[in-house]
Design a protein around this ligand. Structure first.
Ligand SMILES: Cc1cc2nc3c(=O)[nH]c(=O)nc-3n(C[C@H](O)[C@H](O)[C@H](O)COP(=O)(O)O)c2cc1C
Length: 384
C-alpha cells in the first residue's frame, strides 16, 4: 500500500468503524415477494460487500404493508420477514461491510408500477399481472399528479401508529443484524411529503409552518433513536431541495439537520427531488457529476454533522476530492456500483492504496498478486 487516501480512511460512527468511506446507496430491486427478500437480494448486496464497500445499504424497506412503493418492495412489518434480512446482514458483516437498512414508507407513491412496467400508477396490464392497487396515504388528499390515486390523509391516531411501526421495523432490523438504520425522508415518499409545503396542506400540528411540517420526521427520528442501540448510528436521507418554486429549500434542510442532530441522528444523507418531476433528483437540476454534493457541503459546514454525498459520483479521484475538500464524510455510490460491483476495490487500486490486491478478498487476492508478478498481459497496442 503506497498512499493513504481519504476514501480509505476509516470513519468512526458511535461504536462502529467503517473500513473506508464508500457506501452502496440504497437501490430498490422491485423483486421481493409479499415483502420478503430472497436470493436475488443476497447475491445483489453480497457482490458489493465482496467488492469492498464500507457500508452496504439494503433498499427502501417498508415499515407498513401499504408503505411499499411497488408490489416488489421488501418490508419489515412482520416477523416472518426477519430471516431473509438476516442472511443479507450476516453475509455483508462476514465480508467486511457494515450492513445498513433504509426504513421507509412510500406514502402517496405507494402501490405504483415497477419501473420497467412504466413507473406510473398501476394500470390494467399490471392488474393482469396480479399487481392490484391499494389506497395510498399522505399528509393530505393530494395525489402525486393527475391520474394518480387520491391518498387518504392520515389522522393523528394513524400517525401515532405509523411511528410505532417505524420503531417495530427498526427493532426487527436490529434482530436481523443490521448495524445502521436510515430513515428515508427523501424522494417524495411519506416523510418527505410531510416536510414539503407542496404536498402537506394540513392545518393541524403536523402541517402549516416549518415546525409543523418537520414534526413527523422528528418524531419518527426520536422514536427510532430511542429504540436503536446507543452504540449504533442512525442516518437520515433527505431531499435537500424540491427544486420547485415555493417547495422545500436548502435553508429548510439546514434547520431540519440541526434538529435531527440534536435528537442523535449521526449522518445526513443528502439527495434531492421527488415531490415533483424525477424521483431522485430535484426539478430543473441538471444531472452532472456530483450535482448534489453542494447540499452535503452546506449541511456539513452549517450544522457540523457528518454528511453523505450522493449523485453521479463515479470516479475514485472525484470521490477523493469531495472528501479532501471537506464536502462530505461518506460517498454513496449508486448506479456506478451496478456497472462495477467491485468499485471500491478498483478505487483502492487506482488511488494507489492497493498495489498488489492486498485489500481484495483472500479467495482472489492471493492469486491475482501472483499473476501480477509472474505474467505478461496481452497488449493490443503491441506490434506483432
Ligand atoms: C435502481 C435504483 C433504485 C433506487 N432505490 C432507492 C431506494 O431504495 N432508496 C433511495 O433513497 N434511493 C434510491 N435510489 C437512488 C440512489 O440511492 C441514488 O441516490 C441515485 O441513484 C443517485 O446516485 P448515483 O448517481 O450514484 O446512482 C435508487 C436508484 C436506482 C438506480
Amino acid at each position: 500500500m503506497t498512499a493513504s487516501p481519504h476514501l480509505f480512511t476509516p470513519l468512526t460512527l458511535r461504536g462502529l468503524q467503517t473500513r473506508n468511506r464508500i457506501v452502496i446507496s440504497p437501490m430498490c430491486q422491485y423483486s421481493a415477494h409479499e415483502g420478503h427478500v430472497d436470493d436475488w437480494h443476497l447475491v445483489n448486496l453480497g457482490r458489493f460487500a465482496i467488492g469492498g464497500a464500507g457500508i452496504d445499504f439494503t433498499e427502501a424497506t417498508a415499515v407498513q404493508k401499504r408503505g411499499r412503493i411497488t408490489h416488489g418492495c421488501p418490508g419489515l412489518w412482520t416477523d416472518s420477514q426477519i430471516p431473509g434480512h438476516a442472511r443479507l446482514a450476516q453475509f455483508a458483516l462476514r465480508n467486511g461491510a457494515i450492513p445498513a437498512i433504509q426504513l421507509g414508507h412510500a406514502g402517496r407513491k405507494g402501490g405504483m408500477q415497477r419501473p420497467w412496467f412504466g413507473n406510473g400508477p398501476l394500470n390494467e396490464a399490471d392488474f393482469e399481472r396480479g399487481d392490484m392497487p391499494w389506497t395510498p396515504v399522505g399528509p393530505s388528499d393530494l395525489p402525486v399528479a393527475e391520474g394518480w390515486p387520491v391518498p387518504h390523509a392520515l389522522s393523528v391516531t394513524e400517525i401515532g401508529n405509523l411511528i410505532d411501526d417505524y420503531v417495530s421495523a427498526a427493532r426487527r432490523a436490529l434482530m436481523a443484524g443490521y448495524r445502521i438504520a436510515e430513515i428515508h425522508g427523501a424522494h417524495g415518499y411519506l416523510v418527505h411529503s410531510f416536510l414539503s409545503p407542496l404536498s402537506n396542506k394540513r392545518t393541524d400540528s403536523y402541517g402549516g409552518d416549518l415546525a409543523g411540517r418537520m414534526r413527523l420526521a422528528l418524531e419518527i427520528a426520536q422514536a427510532v433513536r430511542e429504540a436503536w442501540p446507543d452504540d449504533l448510528p442512525l442516518f437520515f436521507r433527505t431531499s435537500a431541495v424540491d427544486g420547485v418554486p415555493d417547495g422545500w429549500s436548502l435553508e429548510d434542510t439546514v434547520v431540519l439537520a440541526g434538529e435531527l442532530k440534536r435528537i442523535g441522528v449521526d449522518v445526513m444523507d443528502c439527495s434531492s427531488g421527488g415531490i415533483a418531476g424525477a424521483a431522485t433528483a430535484s426539478g430543473g437540476q441538471k444531472r452532472q457529476p456530483g450535482f448534489q454534493v453542494g447540499y452535503s457541503e452546506r449541511v456539513r459546514t452549517e450544522v457540523s454533522m457528518n454528511t453523505m454525498a450522493v449523485g453521479l459520483i463515479t470516479h475514485p479521484q472525484q470521490a477523493e476530492e469531495i472528501l479532501a475538500q471537506g464536502r462530505a464524510d461518506l460517498i454513496a455510490i449508486g448506479r456506478e456500483a451496478l456497472v462495477d460491483p467491485m468499485w471500491a476495490l478498483h478505487a483502492a487500486r487506482s488511488l494507489g492504496y492497493d498495489t498488489l490486491y492486498e485489500t481484495w478478498p483472500e479467495q482472489s487476492g492471493w492469486w491475482l498478486a501472483g499473476r501480477e508478478k509472474t505474467s505478461d498481459f496481452y497488449d493490443p497496442e503491441a506490434v506483432t
